[in-house]
Write a protein that binds this ligand. Structure first.
Ligand code: ATP
Length: 311
């Protein structure tokens, strides 16, 4: 079996007295779409900066394509494309000229470079604005071009640092579709975000990071299996018999909220919902409101850290 495209081994980073990463370990196999989910300040940018060779680790290492990554190893770094949070573009140049510039930096020339720039403009949905000056672009279009700049040299590993922050829905969809297509064509992707919906929609494997610690790392489906779903309902006073029945629904936990508000945390939302409705119906209790939530990454994060992602 070939080496993982990216392997992070006991990676530790300190900024002065502050520990930003605590001995992080994970591997990303070729062709994977790996999400790194965590709140602001969790350490995502620090981690990506180290694995792209832009920032030294305090200890531990990152291996890319089986080789220890060193800042001086430009040959290896050529296989990495990084889309930083901060835009790195020239406003007075056109989209096409920007991509030419980045392609030349990586040694592309002539017809190959021209063709590649055309392909990248199409991937990020900017072909029709290719010759417009970048300082006339919307924020979302600049973000799409920022992604394009990381792609011109055909990297094997694409690292994206919260690429959709502050982006309009149309640009967000272009970014999603572009990155999905690249991944389907074989590019390995590491995608950081604090939006659980994005990670859940895009990624096959997910690492959850909080305060510089990787608190979980698994296939998305396995992480979701660990989490509970929730049924929130409002119902009139529960008789002792009904309360007893609800408290003993298999795999469910009844929690009282304010007034009539109650929650059933459960593994199987559909099955528990059917049992709840039957129990309410048979006891003649009035149901005044009902809402269900399937297990999601927000819940996984909460179960692991006892905090909401957006606190
Ligand atoms: P965000 O989503 O807000 O960018 P993040 O998950 O990317 O957050 P980092 O930017 O990696 O997190 O920051 C991790 C921790 O390290 C934070 O506590 C941050 O304040 C600290 N930090 C980051 N860069 C530096 C630096 N250059 N000097 C000192 N501390 C830093």
């Amino acid at each position: 079996m070939s080496a993982p495209v990216l392997e992070v081994v006991r990676l530790h980073k300190r900024y002065g007295g502050r520990v930003a990463l605590h001995s992080i370990n994970f591997a990303v196999e070729e062709g994977d779409f790996f999400g790194l989910l965590g709140p602001n300040g969790a350490g995502k940018t620090t981690l990506l900066s180290i694995v792209s060779g832009l920032l030294p680790a305090t200890s531990g290492e990152a291996r890319v394509l089986g080789r220890t990554l060193r800042a001086s190893d430009l040959d290896l770094r050529r296989h990495i494309g990084i889309v930083p949070q901060e835009l790195a573009l020239y406003g007075e140049l056109s989209a096409r000229e920007n991509l030419h510039f980045f392609g030349e930096l990586y040694g592309l020339r002539g017809a190959d470079l021209t063709a590649r720039v055309g392909e990248v403009l199409s991937v990020v949905g900017l072909s029709d604005r290719a010759d417009g000056r970048v300082d006339t672009f919307s924020g979302g279009m600049k973000r799409r071009l920022n992604l394009g700049a990381a792609l011109v040299h055909r990297p094997k590993l694409l690292l994206l640092d919260e690429p959709t922050v502050g982006v309009d829905p149309q640009s967000r969809n272009h970014i999603f579709e572009g990155v999905r297509r690249l991944n389907a064509e074989g590019m390995t992707v590491v995608y950081t975000s604090h939006y659980m919906e994005e990670v859940q929609a895009l990624c096959r494997h997910v690492g959850i990071i909080d305060h510089g610690k990787l608190v979980a790392c698994d296939a998305l489906s396995d992480l979701l299996r660990r989490a509970s779903g929730v049924i929130r309902f409002r119902a009139g006073p529960l008789t002792p018999a009904l309360r007893e029945r609800l408290a003993h629904l298999p795999g469910a936990r009844l929690v009282d909220g304010d007034g009539e508000q109650r929650e059933l945390a459960c593994g199987d939302v559909k099955a528990t919902l059917a049992q709840l409705l039957a129990a309410l119906n048979e006891s003649g209790a009035d149901l005044h409101g009902l809402e269900t939530e399937e297990p999601n990454l927000e819940r996984v994060f909460f179960d692991l850290t006892h905090k909401a992602l957006r606190d």
